[in-house]
Design a protein around this ligand. Sequence first.
Ligand code: GUN
Ligand code: ZN
Length: 425
Amino acid sequence: MQHLIRGRVLDFHADPAETQDNHRYWADGAIIVEGGKIVAVGDHADLARPDLPEMDHRPHLILPGFIDPHIHFPQLQVIASWGAQLLDWLNTYTFPEEARFADAGHATRMAGLFLDQLTAHGTTTAVAFCSSHKTSAEALFSAAHDRDMAMVAGKVMMDRNAPDAVLDTAQQGYDDTKALIRDWHGKGRQRYAITPRFAITSTPEQLAMTGQLAAEHPDCHVQTHLSENRDEIDFTLSLYPQARDYLDIYEQHGLLSDKLLLGHSIHLHPREIARMAETGSRAIFCPTSNLFLGSGLFDEAGLRGAGVVSGIATDVGGGTSYSMLQTLNEGYKILQMRGQKLHPLSAFHWATRGNAMALGMDDSIGTLRPGSAADLVVLDARATPAMDLRMERAQTLAEELFILQIMGDDRAVAQTYVAGRPCKT
Ligand code: GUN
Ligand code: ZN
């Protein structure tokens, strides 16, 4: 059965930072949905039919749902933990909280709540780190599968430098990952990401097995962390004294490819940037986290200039908001500190098609092309009195988008559709 979703429709077909002809906008637009997919997009006058049930969101904007390419599922109750930078924050707050996810009942309850938070904030696909416990990944995949929501996720592999309750072993990490790939990768909309947490918490033996997994499953993503914090980098290099630099550790274990998602990627050497560009490895910018943990200022223009593809993500619970709007807000400010500009069209491209391209998934998400999933966000730029007041002066679509980017959060998300189904009641 087809249905029609009406509103002011916007999607991107090119990167505004690179191409003038980059988006399509229908002031009275419509999207026809069938079986969870988009079958047509265009002017309402051209697509409306008397037999089609219609959901009218005018005057709100409808875009492809936001994509969050780096978030930690077991950190729902870590967000807003006071006073520490990365390594202390992990030891004091994060590892003890992740230990709770050994309990399947806890993991299941949190999985539902996690997906509720994502859709409440307009996010329809996330790339998630789970805890080291197989149960945590099973709970997340199972909940996402039930909702027909596209999730990329993996249990973290970590076999040292953390409490026993969150450690696996090289062999256990390999076996659990194999079993999860078998059970979940390609099941409905679920995809597996091989997930060595970062070099500090993996022995060389575990990273070698991670490389083996990546070679055995070249269609799986690999996600980890790179050069987030100076103390982290020093500790990492002391653990791998042979490495030329931090990236070299992952390179020596066969992890560099266009499937590799490198969270943070802040304090990089020219050799690392060049190798990321040559291998297609992705940098993932996590602005609210980088400010909250005092980690540093991501160099978007430098990486772009060198040919590195970047995504932008929340990194909850180091990140402080599930909102990709708030993530774009803080991203704008970090780039200001670097003398760089994040134009609102580029920002909304990044959170949708740009992130989909960073994941190599732009054939199915991040755009409104017929054939892609009907994953949509409906945005209200007048959601709060302050936004409403500011909107009185907005003349252009770009101005409206910038108001959403700077002032918006979950209150500005009027509706979220996952596979054509509304999630907000
Ligand atoms: N590096 C290793 N683990 C983590 C994590 O959970 N959060 C952040 N921000 N950085 C990490
Ligand atoms: Zn992270």
